[in-house]
Design a binder for this molecule. Structure first.
Ligand code: UDX
Length: 452
């Protein structure tokens, strides 16, 4: 079997919980620490605070086997692990920089409680230079109590996608280990050995390069999306169909088919935050990252795209109109509403005096939590229920169940049948043949065809 290690994870959010469950699954003894007593109690009862496919059975199985435990006792956490992960949040502060308050608080706790050699692993997405700050925070605490304990700090960013996080964690395409300590590297190599299958997935580097790698990866992906949204905006104006262009350029392996889907803009807890934070980091070091600024600006405009199409459809007269919305989450297979394009759309519609009837398979409760009860927001239990009494339909999230809808049913339910396809899910001709006006993202050809 695998070499069993004692691992502690600070933070039972998205990254911490998935990492903890996967490390326990590989036979390690994992103790997860969180300051939120209520959350810890719920996890202890097997209740998972987030929706993530495959996570619940994995947490339950390992919890039952005694390999995955939860506590609020930070000192016990530090005493437990030879490897201690920091996986707490780094929310953006007022100016868009990553707020390191929680990361540094954990570092301080580690310094206060640690005794033997410990490898401290930064898994949170943190600005370049954070490993040094964590090291200094721990060293200061050790010095304050005259401790001789030794430690290393490693930068080991994660690349989990929401909705596929368990899979990403169990079968990573790369494992970045940023450390200048041979001892720490050996320990982490052993810990990750069961995940490092078929070919070498571990990329060794220094801490700063590892920290920058995480931002560079997310910024590159966000750039691909904004680039494609820009091409869509051009396609719409010149009478071309961006979906054909997408297939045409994706065939070039240097470009590839992934992450070139135009749409209603990117959201989520990573791309918007990380692009902004990297821009701030660059600026703090005297460099103006022009490309990153443009990526953000294009995305902000793109989030307004569906609203603009709807407003134009009604010649600006949105007051009293009802828009059916399919999809609320920032992407399928999650209930996460952070920076979701649906929010921009709903808020724009409300400001213009329109009402929303929305359906999403998972994000209804989260939407209610954010917006509360309000007369202009009806959350429906079924996709077609959202269409009742609505004027038009907008699709914002590409959930599987929206892919092949009953167009006849849509036409009959809508007062003025029009479909605003925010993710280019449908064949414009098929929709129009069903008697529904079609609006997509960058599908100039169909718009021209209709105008002609
Ligand atoms: C992302 C990264 O993919 C992951 O590697 C990193 O660790 C965290 O950030 P996530 O935020 O979960 O993961 O979602 P992702 O699947 O990357 O989608 C992000 C957003 O981009 C979504 O709003 C999605 O709708 C949008 N998107 C994605 C597009 O608009 N077009 C595309 O082609 C791909």
């Amino acid at each position: 079997g695998n070499i069993r290690m004692k691992v502690t994870i600070f933070g039972t959010g998205y990254v911490g919980l998935v990492t903890g469950a996967c490390l326990a699954e590989m036979g390690n003894h994992v103790l997860c620490v969180d300051v939120d007593a209520d959350k810890v109690a719920r996890l202890d009862r097997g209740e998972i605070p987030i929706y993530e496919p495959g996570l619940e059975p994995m947490v339950k199985r390992n919890h039952a086997a005694g390999r995955l435990e939860f506590t609020t006792d930070a000192a016990a956490g530090v005493a437990h692990g030879h490897v201690v992960f920091i996986a707490v949040g780094t929310p953006p502060d007022e100016d868009g920089s990553a707020d390191l308050r929680y990361v540094l608080a954990v570092a301080k706790t580690i310094g206060q409680a640690m005794s033997g050699y410990t490898v401290v692993v930064n898994k949170s997405t943190v600005p370049v230079g954070t490993a040094d700050r964590v090291r200094a925070a721990i060293a200061a605490e050790l010095a304050a109590r005259g401790s001789q304990a030794t430690f290393d700090v490693v930068s080991n960013p994660e690349f989990l996608k929401e909705g596929d996080a368990v899979n990403d964690c169990m079968r990573p395409d790369r494992i970045i280990i940023g450390s200048s300590s041979e001892r720490a590297v050996q320990l982490l190599k052993t810990l990750y050995a069961p995940f490092n299958r078929n070919h070498e997935r571990i990329v060794l580097m220094d801490e700063r390069s590892a920290e920058l790698t995480k931002y560079a990866a997310n910024a590159m992906l966000a750039t691909k999306i904004s680039f494609m949204n820009e091409i869509a905006n051009i396609a719409e104006r010149v009478g071309a169909d961006v979906e054909l262009v997408r297939q045409g350029i994706g065939a070039d392996p240097r470009i590839g088919y992934h992450f070139i889907y135009p749409g209603a803009g990117y959201g989520g807890s990573c791309f918007p935050k990380d692009v902004q934070a990297l821009e701030r980091t660059a600026r703090a070091h005297g460099y103006e990252a022009r490309l990153l600024g443009a990526v953000e600006a294009v995305n902000a405009d793109q989030k307004r795209k569906l609203f603009e199409l709807i407003a134009r459809h009604f010649d600006g007269a949105l007051k009293g109109k009802t828009v059916a919305l399919w999809g609320l989450a920032f992407k399928p297979n999650t209930d996460d509403m952070r920076e979701a394009s649906s929010r921009r759309l709903m808020e724009d519609l409300w400001n213009a005096g329109a009402a929303v009837r929305a359906y999403d398979p998972e994000a209804r409760a989260e939407t209610r939590r954010i917006y509360g009860e309000r007369a202009d927001l009806m959350l429906c239990d079924e996709p077609y229920q959202a269409l009742q009494g609505a004027d038009v339909l907008a699709v914002v999230t590409e959930w599987k169940i929206f892919r092949s809808p009953d167009f006849a049913r849509i036409r009959e339910a809508l007062r003025t049948p029009a479909l605003f396809d925010g993710r280019n899910l449908y064949d414009p001709e098929a929709v129009e043949q069903a008697g529904i006006a079609y609006y997509g993202i960058g599908r100039g050809r169909s718009l021209t065809a209709r105008a002609g």
